[in-house]
Design a protein around this ligand. Sequence first.
Ligand code: NAD
Length: 354
Amino acid sequence: MNILVTGGAGFIGSAVVRHILRNTTHTVVNVDALTYAGNLDSLAETVHSERYCFEHHNICDRAAMDTVLNVHQPDLIMHLAAESHVDRSIDGPAEFIGTNIVGTYTLLEATRQYYNNLNGDKKAGFRFHHISTDEVYGDLEGTTDLFTETTPYAPSSPYSASKASSDHLIRAWHRTYGLPVVISNCSNNYGPYHFPEKLIPLMILNALEGKPLPVYGQGEQVRDWLYVEDHARALYKVVTEGHVGETYNIGGHNEKRNIDVVHTLCDLLEQLAPAKPKGVNHYRDLITHVTDRPGHDQRYAIDASKIQQQLGWVPQETFETGLCKTVQWYLNNTDWCQRIANGSYQRERLGASA
Ligand code: NAD
C-alpha cells in the first residue's frame, strides 16, 4: 500500500513513518509544511529508503493537496499535521484555527474529490484516519471517570477547541459525503524525538544544563502518558483494521501527576547522568513552581478498552520502562537536541528547499 502521512516530520508523525518503514513493506508519502515543529532530522533513517517520499507542502494549500493526491494515489491517509502546543495556542490561536480547522477542511475536500474518482478495490479499501487528542473531552477534575468514545466534547483551550472542530468536520464528511473515515483520540505522548518545548523533554534538557524546571502551579495536573512507539503501533492498527466511521480512544493506563513525572525524571537522571552541572546538588532542587496556565485542565484519563477488545492493541511499555528509554535517548542524542537549540535543524532544511 501507499500510505500518505501528514505531519510526518513531527513528533508522532515521524514515529509513524519510522514504524511503517521498519515493520511493513508499504510506501510512505510524508506531506509536511516544516513549521518550527517539523524536523527532518527525526527521519534521518528513512530518507534513503526507496519506499519514502517527502512532499513539502502546507495542508491549507488546496492545489498542492490535489496534486499530491493525484500524483501519489494513496491507499490510506493518516492525518497528523497540526499545531499541537497548548501554550502556543493561548499566546496566538490564529495558526491553530488555520491549520487544525481550515487545513483539515482543505485536506478533506481534496480527499473527497480524489475518493470520488477511485474505483473497485482501491475505493473499497480507502480510509482517511484523523489523529486527534483526548483534550477534546475537557476536564475530569474531581471525578474518577475515564474518557470513553461517547464522552461529550467540552474543550478548554484554543488548541483542544480547534482539534474538536476538526473531529466534527471529519464525522460530518463521513455522514454527509460517505468519506470512509476513522478517528482516534489519544492521551499525552512521550518518547524520543519530542520537541523540547513539551514537559518531559524540557525537564530533561533543562536539568542537564542546570536550568530551572518550571512546573505549573503545584504540579497537581494529572495526565495519562503513552509511549510514542506504542501510539504509532496503535495508529497503524486503527488505519488498517479500524471500522469505518468509528472512533478509538488510545491511552497508556498511566495516570500521573505532573509533579510526580518531574520527580521521577529527576531520580532517573540521578542514576543515568550522575555528573551534574556545576552548583547542582540534586536535580530535584531545580524544580521551580510557576503561575499556572490559564484554563488549565486538571485531569485527563482514557478508557482504552475498545481498541484493546476490538483491535487487540495494548501498550507494550510501562511508564517506568518508557521513561527510562526516553531519558537514555536524550542522553544519547545530544546532536539532535543541539541542532534544535541552535536553530540549524531549520536553517539547513529551509536552505535545501529554497
Ligand atoms: P508536532 O507539533 O510534533 O508535529 C506537527 C507536524 O505537523 C510538524 O511536522 C509540522 O511541521 C506539521 N505541520 C504543522 N502545520 C502544518 C500545515 N499547515 N501543513 C502541513 N504540515 C504542518 O505534533 P505531534 O505531537 O506529533 O502531534 C501529531 C498529531 O497528534 C496532532 O494532530 C496532535 O493534535 C495529535 N496528538 C498529539 C498528542 C501529543 O501528546 N503530542 C496527543 C494526542 C494527539
